[in-house]
Design a protein around this ligand. Structure first.
Ligand code: HEM
Length: 148
C-alpha cells in the first residue's frame, strides 16, 4: 500500500492541484455573483433569476465535486509516506487554512439559500467576504510551498 501511494504521488499531486484550481475558481467568483445579486437582482424577474441559476450551477456542478476531489486527493497525499512531517508548523497552518476554506464554502451554500428567500446580506458585506478565500489561499500556498 505504501509503495503504491509513493508511486502515485506525482499523479495524485497533479490531480490535487487541478481540483484545487477548479474549487478556488468558484470560491473567488461566487461571492462576486452575490454582490451583483444583492445590488442589482434582489427584486423579481431579471437579472435575479439568471443569477440564481448561475449560483446554483456553480455550487452544485463545479464547486461541490471539486471540493470533494481536492479533499480526497489531499488526504491520499497526507497518507503517502514521507510527505507530511507533523513536527513541523506547515501541516498545521495548511490544515487550519483548508478547514477554514471548507467552512467558507458552507457559508456560501447557506447564503445562496438566504438570497433565494430574500434574506441575503448587503452587497458591501459580500464584497468584504470576497477577500476571505484570497487570505486563506495565501496561508495555504505559503504553508505547502515554503514549508516553514
Ligand atoms: C482540502 C484539503 C486539503 C488537503 C488534505 C491537502 C493536503 C495536501 C498535501 C498533503 C500536499 C502534498 C505536499 C507535498 O507534496 O509536500 C498538498 C499539496 C498541495 N496543495 Fe493541498 N490540501 C488540501 C487543500 C488545498 C487547497 C485548498 C489548496 C489551495 C488553496 C491547496 C494547494 C496545494 C498545492 C499548490 C500543493 C502542491 C505543493 C507542491 O508543489 O509541493 N491544497 N496538499
Amino acid at each position: 500500500m505504501s509503495d503504491l501511494l509513493s508511486t502515485l504521488y506525482p499523479w495524485m499531486k497533479a490531480f490535487h492541484v487541478m481540483a484545487v484550481m477548479s474549487w478556488m475558481a468558484g470560491l473567488f467568483y461566487l461571492p462576486r455573483l452575490y454582490v451583483y445579486h444583492a445590488e442589482r437582482g434582489s427584486g423579481p424577474g431579471e437579472p435575479g433569476e439568471s443569477l440564481a441559476v448561475m449560483e446554483a450551477k456553480l455550487l452544485h456542478l463545479i464547486m461541490g465535486p471539486a471540493s470533494v476531489a481536492t479533499w480526497v486527493a489531499g488526504l491520499i497525499l497526507v497518507m503517502t509516506p514521507g510527505i507530511v512531517d507533523w513536527s513541523m508548523i506547515w501541516p498545521w497552518t495548511k490544515a487550519a487554512g483548508v478547514i477554514a476554506m471548507t467552512l467558507f464554502h458552507h457559508w456560501l451554500m447557506i447564503q445562496r439559500r438566504r438570497i433565494a428567500s430574500g434574506k441575503g446580506l448587503s452587497g458591501r458585506h459580500y464584497r468584504m467576504m470576497n477577500e476571505v478565500p484570497t487570505l486563506l489561499m495565501v496561508v495555504i500556498v505559503l504553508s505547502v510551498i515554503v514549508k516553514f
